[in-house]
Design a protein around this ligand. Structure first.
Ligand SMILES: *[C@@H]1O[C@H](CO)[C@@H](O)[C@H](O)[C@H]1NC(C)=O
Ligand SMILES: *[C@@H]1O[C@H](CO)[C@@H](O)[C@H](O)[C@H]1NC(C)=O
Ligand SMILES: *[C@@H]1O[C@H](CO)[C@@H](O)[C@H](O)[C@H]1NC(C)=O
Ligand SMILES: *[C@@H]1O[C@H](CO)[C@@H](O)[C@H](O)[C@H]1NC(C)=O
Length: 379
């Protein structure tokens, strides 16, 4: 709504200077002068001697406000919401002073600056209502009008110049022009007749001439301030392609990474299997060797087999017992022997490569680590 926007601009412009005055204002019950009540020349805010929660009553003192025009009024930050002065009901309005609710004013009656809602509604207010008026009524030059003037008819216009400031601090006039033309039309400033609003791209000299309410710096009607951005089809395609390429890139990267670790695992597995096979083969050859050492001619009687342990021609030697033992027991003392006694001379060669030692051919040789040379093999 224009009223709202112009007031917002005014508030923004004046906020700093206004706050500076607030502390110097009179509080409740303190003296004030109604003749000091006026509109700020830059912002058109109402200025009184009283603080924001009070107004200057006719008896010359500041009194608490009896109504509010905004849901969240200025100056009430220390108050709970239900402590605020009441809003006015339908058909009434709260004036800028905020003293009490008053009945809405009919067309031709006086209203306060930009206070469209102080004006009574037209019977067909729904048809007249637009974003440049309030429910089809409008306050121009402190007088109530309906926004019902049609094409080519004489209209009333109200130009308000606000002082605005650039970032650099330089001041410039910001002109807001309002009129009582019906929706879709504007009041031409020189002809004072209602004209059709212009479409985007047509030349303009003020915001109100444009349907978008935005006359761009190049003198043509521009986009509305709240116009959403419509990306072109190529932008959708580009974004879609970008997403696809990203996904593809991630996938490819993962695939390469996975392939590398897969190759590493493959090598590890091959090494493991080779080791296992080598291990198995050595076990098998050991087992084979054992079997071939243990194998006796078929139908050998147990006694013969046992006695074959002590015979030279059997190929069966005492040392072969080692094949039956776990490796760490190979040099058990029982496998040691001494041929010191002549009766056991036949054992002189009863030895395997495993237990062979230099001088083994000598009958007097003995194992140094076999102190129990008399045990075993006596059976
Ligand atoms: C002045 O008028 C206000 C509002 O009518 C009232 O509340 C207040 O008591 C009055 N003050 C004096 C001193 O009469
Ligand atoms: C405008 O009309 C609506 C719907 O009838 C109503 O709720 C609202 O209070 C009216 N505004 C004013 C300022 O009268
Ligand atoms: C505003 O209204 C006053 C009377 O209330 C009149 O004298 C003055 O010419 C009007 N100004 C415009 C710009 O219509
Ligand atoms: C606009 O409203 C005013 C006040 O009711 C009336 O006098 C005038 O004829 C209306 N104009 C149009 C074009 O309806």
């Amino acid at each position: 709504m224009l009223r709202t926007s112009t007031r917002a601009v005014a508030l923004a412009i004046s906020a700093v200077s206004l706050l500076g005055f607030v502390s110097a204002k009179s509080g409740w019950g303190e003296a004030c002068d109604q003749s000091n009540t006026h509109l700020d020349t830059n912002t058109y805010n109402l200025v009184t001697d009283c603080d924001p929660t009070t107004y200057c009553a006719s008896n010359g003192t500041c009194a608490y406000k009896g109504c509010r025009k905004d849901i969240y009024p200025f100056g009430y930050s220390d108050y709970a919401f239900d402590q605020l002065p009441p809003m006015c009901p339908q058909g009434q309005f709260c004036p800028d002073e905020g003293d009490q609710c008053l009945a809405q004013v009919p067309v031709g009656g006086s209203c306060q600056k930009d206070r469209d809602n102080e004006c009574a509604l037209a019977d067909n207010y729904r048809d007249l209502a637009g974003f440049l008026n309030t429910n089809g009524s409008i306050c121009l030059n402190f007088t109530c009008y309906y926004a019902n003037v049609t094409l080519g008819q004489t209209c009333v216009t109200d130009n308000t110049a606000y002082t605005a400031y650039l970032d650099s601090g330089a001041a410039y006039a910001f002109i807001v022009s309002r009129d009582n033309c019906a929706n879709g039309m504007y009041c031409d400033g020189t002809a004072l007749q209602c004209m059709k609003m212009k479409r985007q791209g047509e030349t303009c000299s003020g915001n109100k001439e444009c349907l978008t309410y935005s006359c761009a710096a190049d003198g043509k009607c521009g986009k509305a301030a709240d116009d959403p951005i419509h990306p072109g089809a190529w932008q959708y395609v580009l974004v879609g392609l970008g997403i696809l390429i990203l996904i593809g890139g991630v996938m490819t990267g993962l695939w390469f990474m996975h392939r590398r670790s897969r190759n590493e695992n493959q090598i590890k597995l091959e090494q493991y299997y080779n080791e296992q096979i080598a291990y198995r083969q050595s076990i098998m050859s050991m087992s084979h060797a054992k079997n071939s050492l243990l194998s006796l001619p078929p139908n050998t009687l147990p006694d013969v087999a046992r006695s074959s342990l002590y015979r030279d021609d059997s190929g069966w030697t005492s040392a072969t017992n080692d094949g039956l033992l776990p490796p760490n027991m190979r040099r058990d003392s029982t496998s040691g022997w001494s041929d010191g006694e002549g009766s056991r001379g036949h054992m002189q060669r009863a030895d395997s490569e495993v237990l062979l030692m230099p001088g083994n051919e000598n009958r007097d040789s003995r194992y140094m680590d076999a102190p129990e040379q008399h045990g075993g093999y006596r059976g």
